[in-house]
Write a protein that binds this ligand. Sequence first.
Ligand SMILES: [Zn+2]
Ligand SMILES: [Zn+2]
Length: 337
Amino acid sequence: MKVAQLFGNQIELRELDNVSLAGKKGAVVKVLGCGLCGSDIVKFRHGLAEDGTVLGHEIVAIIEEIDSETSFKIGDRIVCSHHIPCFECHYCRGGSYSMCRHFKKTNIVPGGFSEYVYLSEEHLKNVAHKVPDNMTDEEISFYEPLGCCIRAVERASLNKGDNVLVIGLGSIGILMGQALKAYGMNVYGCDLMEERINLANQKGIIAFNSADIEKSHEYIYKNTNDIGADCIFMTSGADAAIPLALKTVRNGGKILVFSSTPKDFGYANNDIYYRELTVMGSYSPRPQDLAKSFELLTTGQVNVKYLSTDYLLDNIVKAFDDTIKNKILKAYIKIGG
Ligand SMILES: [Zn+2]
Ligand SMILES: [Zn+2]
C-alpha cells in the first residue's frame, strides 16, 4: 500500500506491506481521504516526528475487513479519530483526558496518509461514526478538528450570550466561531487577511481586521458596553496575537490558548494577577466532544463549505507547501475516494 512518510522534514511516498487484522479485533479500512492538520504541519516543519512516521489522523474511510462487537459492517463509510482516553487514570478522573498516557499512546496504524489503515476495537467503540449518505468525504473530514474546537468551548465553560473573540480566522478559527455560535455565544473574530475575514462573515462570525491593536480594542469595547470580551480563543499561531488578547479580554475574563507560537513567550504575570485573568490551554478532544462534532456537522449547524482544498496523495508535498504559504485554508488529501 502507498503511504506518505516523514523523514526529517521531507515527505516521501513509499510502499509498505498492507495492514491486516491478523487475528486482532478491529477493522482494516480503505482510506478515502484525510485532512491535513495544523499539528501535522508543525511536525513536518520542525522535523518533530520519528523517521518513517505516517502523519494524518482526520480520516474518512470504508470498512474492508472487520472483527468487532460493534454494529459496523464491511462497506460502511466511517469517520474516525486517533486517540482514546482510558477514563480511569488520575488524569482522566481529573478531567485532563488528553493528558492521559493511554490517550497519547493510542493511534491509527500506520497513520492517515495511507491507502489502508488498521483501527482497533477501541477506536470503533469510542471514536468512529457511520457517515450519512448525504455528506461528502470532505465535509465529514472536519469531524476531528471540530471536535478539538468543541473541547475548547467546553473547557471555557461560558454562559450563553457571552461575548467571545476568536483571534485567527484560518479553518480552525472559522470552525471555532461556528461551534461557539452553536453554543449560543455572541461571536467576534479577527484576522489580518481580507479573504478570511469575508469568509468568516459569511459563516455568521462578526469579523474584522485586527492589524491595528488600538482600533481592535476600541471596536470590542464599543460592542461590549465598555467591558471587553468574556473569552478570547487563540487560534492564531502569531506572537502578536498575545498582546491583542490582553487588550481585548475583559477584567476577570478568560484566554483559551489553542495554538503554539514561535517565540513561546507568555502572558504577563501582573495582567493575570491584577485583572484576575484565567489563561488555559485546550489540546485534543474526548469521545463526547467528537460525538458533539459529528452532530453539529451532520445537522448542518457547522458549515464547512469553502474551507478545504483537495489534493491527491501524490501531490501531498504541495498540500503541505500551500498550507504553509497560506495559499489555502486547509488541505484535504484524497486517497482512495
Ligand atoms: Zn487534527
Ligand atoms: Zn486515562
